[in-house]
Design a protein around this ligand. Structure first.
Ligand code: S3P
Length: 432
């Protein structure tokens, strides 16, 4: 249990931990490359450490600096992973990204593996990767027959396909593209809206031939089979999904102004900035740099917020930020409508249900919908016991709500924040 109560202005400068999606990929693609990949700014959250554990079990030598922010990956090349021996089970913890993308990498390997994770992973849908990988010729089955992990993968040669994904999901797209590195012929994924493109950017940087273009029905990303990937240094920017909590806190807590340094602002991730601005939030971009991944420092100042509509193609660019956007909406004047976001139901928790339940417990006017929620903002938030359902984004979003609520917020489990943001609560303390 952790208690959070109203705070005075939050002022100061912070650096937030490295991007989770990019950290995962830097280890995965470093492991599959020829040569040594040096990663700086790595996120030492539990999810990314699960990825490291899996690749170590696959014979890859990976060393971390004392603070785990610098990582050296001694690549084994595309065909150099060691077969798993007894047990052939890899544990992916709470990480959907590890489970899904690793499935795409393991499907063409000449050995058997079983992927399993925690209780949340055991409930998350895996059919979305099993179907396309099976169409490529993979032998992948859900051990319990329920379309979820544990997944048993018996490596097989694969052939390229064009897959129409019903959901805009970077994990699905990445699993297919990674399998496509090994397939015969080109592999393409068409998704209804553009999901985060870190895989495409990073694989291109490591020497793969990947192209993305708008097409009828959405966006098409295609990859050609690859002989070899080549190691490259990776500089991981700050995670905009983690910055989101401090963007929200700075906008909501009267008198606040926070400078958040070195945040990744890749357009496929930066939907929260657009929405916060549309709600009336003041965000200034400083020191923009356009490297492999665009970054900027964000100066965020407290602003009166108004409700908005969040829908359509912007949804995949802010899907992980919806819990904290819902908190912002509850504090804004007027109505916010969130739709086209049914994917929220299959995240670490059912975030339509869990966000609604907790906001209602705090006195907010929220009505859930099958693909989002409607929030009538402006009712003062009261204290409550928050059920986090072991979902890191719930814990951090409702910590922000506690900074502006009239009574205390009690988080039933604050430790789950370590999945993506070790030190989150210390950073809040530092700013108050
Ligand atoms: C991620 C993709 C998103 C996101 C998750 C990380 C990734 O999931 O919610 O936190 O790193 O590819 P989906 O692919 O399921 O949308």
């Amino acid at each position: 249990m952790l208690q959070i109560s109203q705070k005075g202005p939050l002022r100061g400068e912070i650096t937030i931990p490295g991007d989770k999606s990019i950290s995962h990929r830097s280890v995965m693609f470093g492991a599959l490359s020829k040569g040594t990949t040096y990663i700086q700014g790595f996120l030492n959250g539990a999810d990314c450490l699960s990825t490291i554990d899996c690749f170590r079990r696959l014979g890859v030598s990976i060393s971390l600096s004392e603070d785990s922010h610098e990582v050296k990956v001694c690549g084994k090349g595309l065909h150099g992973l060691s077969p798993l021996t007894d047990p052939v089970r890899l544990y992916t913890g709470n990480s959907g990204t590890t489970t899904r993308i690793l499935s795409g990498i393991l499907a063409p390997q000449p050995f058997q593996s079983i992927l399993s994770g925690d209780d949340s992973i055991a409930r998350r849908p895996m059919k979305r990767i099993m179907d396309p990988l099976t169409a490529m010729g993979a032998d992948i089955l859900s051990v319990q027959g329920n379309g979820c992990a544990p997944l048993q993968i018996s490596g097989r040669p694969l052939k390229g396909i064009t897959w129409h994904s019903p959901v805009a999901s970077a994990q699905v797209k990445s699993a297919i593209l990674c399998a496509g590195l090994y397939a015969e012929g080109e592999t393409a994924v068409i998704e209804p809206a553009l999901s985060r493109d870190h895989t495409e950017r990073m694989l291109s940087g490591f020497g793969a031939s990947v192209e993305t273009a708008p097409c009828q029905g959405g966006y098409r990303s295609a990859i050609k089979p690859c002989q070899e990937l080549y190691a490259r240094d990776v500089l991981v920017p700050g995670d905009i999904s983690s910055a989101a909590y401090f963007i929200a806190a700075a906008l909501l807590v009267p008198g606040s102004e926070i400078l958040i340094k070195n945040v990744g602002i890749n357009p496929t991730r930066a939907g929260i900035l657009k929405v916060a601005e549309a709600m009336g939030g003041s965000i200034k971009y400083l020191n923009r740099k356009d490297t492999d991944e665009p970054v900027a420092d964000l100066l965020v100042s407290c602003s009166p917020l108004r409700g908005t509509v969040i829908e359509g193609d912007i949804i995949p660019t802010l899907i992980d930020e919806i819990p904290v956007l819902a908190v912002m909406a509850a504090c804004a004047e007027g109505r916010t409508v969130i739709r086209d976001a049914a994917e929220l139901k299959v995240k670490e928790s059912d975030r339509i249900a869990t966000v609604t339940e907790n906001l209602q417990a705090m006195g907010a006017d929220v009505v859930p919908a099958p693909d989002g929620m409607i929030i009538e903002g402006g009712k003062p938030l009261t204290g409550a016991v928050i059920k986090t359902y072991a979902d890191h984004r719930l814990a951090m979003s409702f910590a922000v709500a506690g900074l502006v609520s009239r009574g205390e917020v009690l988080l039933d489990d604050e430790k789950c924040a370590d999945v993506s943001y070790p030190g989150f609560f210390d950073t809040i303390q530092k700013l108050s």
